[in-house]
Design a protein around this ligand. Structure first.
Ligand code: P6P
Length: 340
């Protein structure tokens, strides 16, 4: 397969999207916005690659809007994303996990972009995989941009993806017509198309959850995990394996490649938090990718991409992955006393 760069891929999609068979309109501005995002991710990858040699590991001794202690690389990654996107001109406004408020970027910009610049950053100091997650919405009107313009359900995303900084640096992208994977060729400095149209198996024997929170879960989640742990001795009739990367990008990527179910459920530890993960720049973009690959993604009670946002940093319970397992967990929440 000849090497197709991200740029060539997007330009080809852009040309085709004007054809009668157009799948999803890919504007010049959206193409450029995605390329700008990819440039920022290359910069983050380079910074991570240096690691301790650049003196950028460890805590920044500051807290973000979530009240979480920031790593130095959280701040560096956010600066790289913001500066690159401000320079591009395609974003009307920018929102980030690391910033309390959105930033107005360009009066002529057609898109709103939200991101978690470095997801899983607690893994950095132990050299484990981390990632950048991004979600792109259309600006709803030509009025001065407000925070409320971002409050669009996940089904309105026009593009979403993540960079995974692992043994390879990958860019995983959907434009609403499947999920494709690009691998960073450090020698060329280009993302090269390496996998197309990822498809998640409908069934799985692998679940991902932080088991230390078990005593805080609601009964339906207790039931589902207990059945997985009973394995072939219980009602499921098959054994399960468990994985937990503690970096959503790593867990989601594994599921996109080989199936599985990822859960960060509502827990009673802090009921007002409705779980840990954020709707706008974690759950929505990952749900878009998962659904585009044939999986499912719910809060346990409703489709995540149907949730109507009312805050940039609102949290939501997450159950995503292989369709039949997600449907089972959701059924347990909605019809607790019936069999699946
Ligand atoms: P815990 C990383 O901080 C994150 O937001 C996700 O990437 C990850 O799935 C989850 O939190 C890990 O949470 O409770 O295991 O540290």
């Amino acid at each position: 397969m000849s090497a197709i760069t991200l740029n060539q891929y997007l330009l080809t999609r852009q040309a085709n999207s004007h054809s009668p068979r157009r799948i999803n309109h890919l504007s010049v501005d959206l193409t450029q916005l995605i390329l700008q995002t990819a440039i920022a991710c290359k910069g983050i990858s380079a910074a991570l690659h240096k690691g301790a040699l650049a003196g950028i590991l460890g805590s920044a001794n500051t807290d973000n809007v979530q009240g979480e202690t920031q790593k130095k690389l959280d701040i560096i990654s956010n600066v790289l994303m913001v500066d690159t996107l401000l320079g591009g001109g395609q974003a009307a406004a920018i929102a980030s996990e690391e910033m309390d408020e959105m930033i107005v970027a360009s009066d002529s910009g057609r898109y709103l972009i939200l991101f978690d610049p470095l997801d899983g950053s607690s893994n950095i100091d132990v050299n484990m995989s981390v990632g950048t997650i991004f979600s792109i919405l259309e600006r709803p009107n030509s009025n001065a941009v407000t925070t409320e313009d971002f409050f669009q359900a996940g089904q309105h995303q026009v593009a979403a993806g993540y960079a995974l900084y692992g043994p390879s640096t990958l860019l995983v992208l959907t434009l609403g017509d499947g999920v494709d994977v690009f691998t960073l060729d450090r020698d060329l400095g280009e993302f090269i198309l390496t996998s197309e149209k990822l498809t998640i198996p409908e069934d799985t024997q692998e679940f991902a959850i932080n088991m230390s929170n078990q005593r805080h879960w609601e009964p339906p989640m207790q039931r589902y995990i207990s059945e997985c742990l009973e394995g072939k001795t219980g009602v499921r009739g098959k054994d399960f394996n468990m994985r937990w990367v503690a970096s959503m990008v790593g867990d989601v990527h594994r599921i996109l490649i080989r199936g599985g179910i990822f859960m960060y459920p509502y827990d009673l530890k802090d009921p007002k938090k409705a779980g840990k993960l954020r709707l706008m720049y974690e759950a929505n973009p990952m749900s878009f990718l998962i659904e585009q690959a044939g999986g499912a993604s719910t809060t346990g009670r409703q489709r995540i991409m149907d949730v109507n946002p009312d805050g940039l940093h609102q949290r939501v319970p997450v159950v995503l992955g292989s369709r039949n397992e997600v449907l089972r967990v959701t059924h347990y929440h909605l019809s607790p006393n019936s069999e699946f």
